[in-house]
Design a binder for this molecule. Structure first.
Ligand SMILES: NC(=O)c1ccc[n+]([C@@H]2O[C@H](COP(=O)([O-])OP(=O)(O)OC[C@H]3O[C@@H](n4cnc5c(N)ncnc54)[C@H](OP(=O)(O)O)[C@@H]3O)[C@@H](O)[C@H]2O)c1
Length: 332
């Protein structure tokens, strides 16, 4: 692993492309808390005025980054780049003006999700006629390649798995502590030994800052340890002091009842091409300093945030659909 260490004692100047929705927001919060100087570059549409202690430069990265001309930063974090042509524009505009380019990619780049993969696993290639479910990963893989080729050995590619925690724009994780807190018969998908795998957004944020401070180059799988669903739901029950009655619905029965195999029940993935999607190898990042907070902390903070924001529209499983599945599969 090449390491071009950035002194950890002095505050860093950081440019964040994005920074106001979920991961970027957690990153900016962490960076400011650590005393770093932060510049955000975004359109000013998402949560304007969120960070009065950071500089915001307005612009649309799909059009021009000219508003950043002539400036230098210790590192840029490209949090929300999805298209190679857009990331190429940023990489070109910032070349020679940042000490490190951190690109936030995704584990969706992995071509084989049926066997546990480390960073050397084959990634998707962009191609004509690509199936829609591969496009996101193939585009991210193309973005990774161009950042690595333009900035190595000062390029870091972070590949998160499912990111959870406060301000998650999806309802995949928050659903569970909320559901356990509500009580009654709770539909649990699959088998207690099936794996879940996810990471607290604040742990991803801290890890990005570690990569910058320590000058860590290359690709890092960035997610939690595989955790049996049975243990995950037990933690949900304990944290919420729930009186709910868990009702397990095996995967074949859920599929037969018409549940969407891709998170028709939140966090449940029954796609036969994704049997190892929750067993990704994170040895490299953990050896280099990735820290994971205890699950009860993530559950407690997520539930507090979810309660404060008010009831969202559940993603994937409405109370009515849960009732239908329970009544069909496991009559009381
Ligand atoms: N959630 C997961 O489970 C998961 C898993 C794996 C990987 N990831 C990756 O993690 C990242 C999460 O991103 P996030 O949404 O949390 O990032 P974020 O930085 O918190 O929010 C997105 C930012 O992009 C800005 N933006 C959007 N379009 C823009 C444009 N055309 N020009 C300039 N700024 C623009 C938005 O501000 P304005 O709207 O004001 O411009 C906003 O600040 C993504 O790269 C995703 O692929 C997520």
């Amino acid at each position: 692993m090449h390491s071009s260490r950035t002194s950890s004692s002095r505050p860093l100047s950081l440019l964040v492309l994005g920074g106001t929705r979920f991961l970027g927001r957690a990153l900016v919060e962490s960076a400011l808390a650590d005393g770093h100087r932060v510049t955000l570059f975004n359109r000013g549409l998402t949560a304007p005025g969120l960070f009065p202690d950071a500089e915001t430069v307005l612009g649309d990265r799909t059009e021009s980054l000219a508003a950043l001309d002539g400036r230098r930063w210790d590192a840029v974090v490209d949090v929300a780049g999805y298209h190679p042509e857009v990331v190429a524009r940023s990489a070109e505009a910032l070349h020679g003006r940042v000490g490190r380019y951190v690109f936030v990619s995704s584990l969706s780049v992995l071509a084989d999700q049926r066997t546990p993969q480390c960073e050397t696993g084959t990634v998707l290639e962009l191609r004509d006629g690509q199936p829609p479910h591969e496009l996101y990963g193939a585009r991210k893989a193309a973005c990774e390649r161009l950042v690595l080729s333009a900035f190595s050995p000062a390029a870091t590619v972070i590949r998160p798995g499912m990111i959870v925690g406060p301000h998650d724009p999806t309802d995949r994780f928050a659903y569970w502590p909320r559901r356990f807190a509500r009580g009654g018969r709770v539909l649990l998908p699959g088998d207690p030994a099936d794996f879940a795998q996810f990471i607290d957004v604040r742990d991803v944020a801290r890890w990005i800052l570690t990569c910058i401070r320590s000058g860590l180059d290359g690709v890092f799988h960035t997610t939690g340890l595989p955790q049996p669903f049975g243990e995950f739901f037990e933690a949900c029950r304990t944290v919420t002091a729930s009186t709910a009655t868990p009702v397990w619905a095996p995967t074949p029965a859920l599929l037969a009842a018409g549940a969407d195999p891709w998170m028709g029940v939140p966090m449940w993935i029954a796609d036969p091409d994704c049997t190892a999607i929750n067993q990704v190898d994170t040895t490299r990042a953990r050896a280099a300093g990735l820290q994971l907070r205890p699950l009860p902390e993530t559950l407690t903070d997520t539930l507090a945030w979810d309660t404060a924001r008010g009831l969202p529209t559940p993603e994937g499983l409405t109370p009515a659909e849960e009732q239908r599945l329970l009544a069909t599969l496991i009559p009381a």
